[in-house]
Design a protein. Sequence first.
Length: 107
Amino acid sequence: MGAIQQLSEATFAEEVNASDVPVVVDFWAEWCGPCKMIAPILEEIATEQDGKVRVAKVNVDENPGLARQFNVMSIPTMIVFKDGSEDQRIVGAKGKPQLLEDLAPYL
């Protein structure tokens, strides 16, 4: 598995709430340079940590309601959902070591 799943307003609640592992949701946009920088890092984490966490993406341009619902003011913003609720928020692009450090409680 390990693949990053694209979420929409229609699939978000079902996918996040039904997950038996924490879900890291990356709020991003096509035009966002820092979002493009962290995309390959998130791919690696999704593959390497498969079974421990899931990684999903929400395009804020296509799903503005989700961005509003979770008060995403700047991108990239990664929100870790545990048991369907927001547990941690990571704002801005980070390198893989920093990101893994932030996600350590879930791995």
